[in-house]
Design a protein around this ligand. Structure first.
Ligand code: NAP
Length: 475
């Protein structure tokens, strides 16, 4: 068994950020990555048009500002290249073990170490375990009756060999992935058919009239994003103003009133993730595009039959149907102090973690992007960066105490109760179906407040909410 101080699982944005942050603080870090390359979601999502719709000035860690994006866009290839450069600059290249999946993590009380078995290769013993496996990495493909005969694939598993030019392409879904890929498909396809279950709210991308230096742009865009929070968390009047902006965008881009009706969402803006796009509606108003609203009844070898009995011929079918958030950790049993896995615990009590980061019974283990740390109105990197500071401070506290630290069950419960309380009355729980909510319609994904509030909340390690676990440890 190889001994390592901090073992990070996952080499996406969060895992790389953790490894860099902890190494800078002098810790010995190793990253396990099941894929053959780093990049996480930005490695896996290679669909045409894939980019970050959050302002690019916000889409890098503050320690590694990416000034060249400040005025342009952050496309998937650019973001992936940035992550490679980030890894190299932070000396991570030889700290990542590729093609090696963590197969099971088990807390060993006698040694105060996490024992991590891998799918092949050696096992590891780590004082600290950082799970940076991401929430949106298991594609959700709806189970539909019948079968389709042509190429069919999910946006996160793009088939680059499938010919699209001059073909009839069907897309299922109207989320952020669909909104990005559809304009590109509409450009090349002979015909594009969008199977829409729920229309999305779309806001125009923010125009940048004033050229600003990167840091100033980052600050401006950050606070513009935060300015959305009062509307999302409460005020109906503010929401109505946002809806007005979105409807004006729809009116400007879609002249046909019938199509406008079809594209007008029934839910309040922000209940599902708001889309930011100037090219989605123009792709749908083309003569060569059709928006189908009748639910899908079944697939057949040459297309899709809808509930109204109509057949829609397609040659290629794209599932822009999102991800199974609850399955994100399904392949990785993380066994805590009482022999229970994290998923068993969450299956019983619902997914929760104190500050979205630590779970009772799982000493010295940290989740990045855990329950209630997702965010839709600003950059997720701001949340991850807040978490990284908190995690580093927790590790420092464990060093000082010479013991493993475990969050108190009561603190975790109180935090979960607080998340429930703060989510009620927000737009996210106003009655639509979204990946933010679990089966019981409880928000277990989003931080239901401002990201600045989360930064303040995590700025100090709250030692009083932790107990010690395992044997005394030499650091
Ligand atoms: P998503 O937001 O979960 O959207 C899935 C879509 O598939 C929804 O429109 C859903 O319809 C539809 N759908 C699912 N099953 C269906 C079925 N059986 N029949 C018809 N429609 C079905 O997924 P996503 O677009 O991949 O985005 C997921 C998240 O990834 C986003 O919320 C965002 O956080 C992130 N993302 C970010 C960016 C970015 O630029 N920053 C880009 C892409 C993705 P309903 O709405 O009716 O459920």
């Amino acid at each position: 068994m190889i001994d390592v101080e901090a073992l990070v699982v996952g080499a996406g944005f969060a895992g790389l950020g953790a490894a860099a942050h902890l190494r800078r603080r002098g810790r010995d870090v190793l990253v396990l990555e099941r894929g053959a390359a780093l990049g996480g979601t930005w490695r896996d999502n290679t669909y045409p048009g894939c980019e970050c719709d959050i302002h690019p000035a916000l889409y890098s860690y503050s320690s590694a500002p990416q000034a060249t994006w400040a005025r342009g866009r952050a496309t998937q290839p650019e973001i992936l290249a940035h992550l490679h450069a980030f890894a190299a600059e932070n000396g991570l290249d030889d700290r990542i073990v590729y093609r090696t999946a963590a197969a099971a993590c088990r807390w060993d009380e006698s040694t105060g170490r996490w024992h991590v078995r891998t799918d092949h290769g050696p096992a590891y013993a780590a004082r600290f375990l950082v799970l940076a496996t991401g929430a949106l990495n298991v594609p959700q493909i709806p189970r539909l009756d019948g079968s389709f005969g042509g190429p069919a694939f999910h946006t996160a598993r793009w088939d680059h060999d499938a010919r699209l030019t001059g073909r009839r392409v069907g897309v299922i879904g109207t989320g952020a992935s669909a909104a990005q890929v559809i304009p590109h498909l509409a450009d090349v396809a002979d015909h594009l058919t969008l199977f829409q279950r729920t229309p999305a709210w779309v806001l125009p991308r923010r125009a940048q009239r004033l050229p600003l230096p990167h840091r100033a742009r980052r600050t401006v865009e950050y606070w513009r994003g935060e300015a959305l929070v009062p509307a999302l968390t409460g005020s109906g009047r503010r929401l109505a103003r946002l809806e007005y902006r979105a409807l004006r965008h729809l009116h400007r881009q879609v002249p046909d009133p019938d199509l406008r009706r079809v594209l007008t969402p029934p839910h309040r803006i922000g209940c599902k993730r708001i889309l930011f796009s100037d090219s989605y509606y123009p792709a749908l108003v083309r003569d060569s595009s059709t928006v189908v609203t009748s639910p899908i009844a079944k697939l057949h070898p040459h297309g899709v039959r809808t509930a109204d009995g109509r057949d829609h011929a397609v040659d290629v079918l794209v599932y822009a149907t999102g991800f199974r958030v609850s399955a994100a950790l399904a392949g990785l049993p993380v066994v805590g102090r009482d022999g229970c896995t994290l998923l068993e615990r969450w299956g019983r009590d619902g997914a929760s973690a104190h500050l979205g980061t630590t779970v009772a019974g799982f000493p010295n283990a940290f989740l990045l992007g855990g329950p209630n740390t997702g965010i839709g109105h600003t950059s997720l990197l701001f949340m991850i960066e807040s978490q990284l500071r908190y995690v580093a401070a927790a590790m420092d506290a464990a060093d000082r105490e010479g013991a493993a630290l475990e969050v108190r069950a009561a603190a975790q419960r109180e935090f979960a109760d607080e998340m429930r309380r703060r989510s009620s009355g927000t737009v996210w729980t106003s009655g639509c179906r979204s990946w933010y909510l679990d089966r019981g319609e409880v928000n277990r994904s989003l931080w239901p407040a401002s990201s600045w509030g989360y930064r303040l909340r995590t700025r100090r390690f709250d030692r009083e909410n932790y107990i010690t676990a395992g044997p005394a440890q030499r650091t």
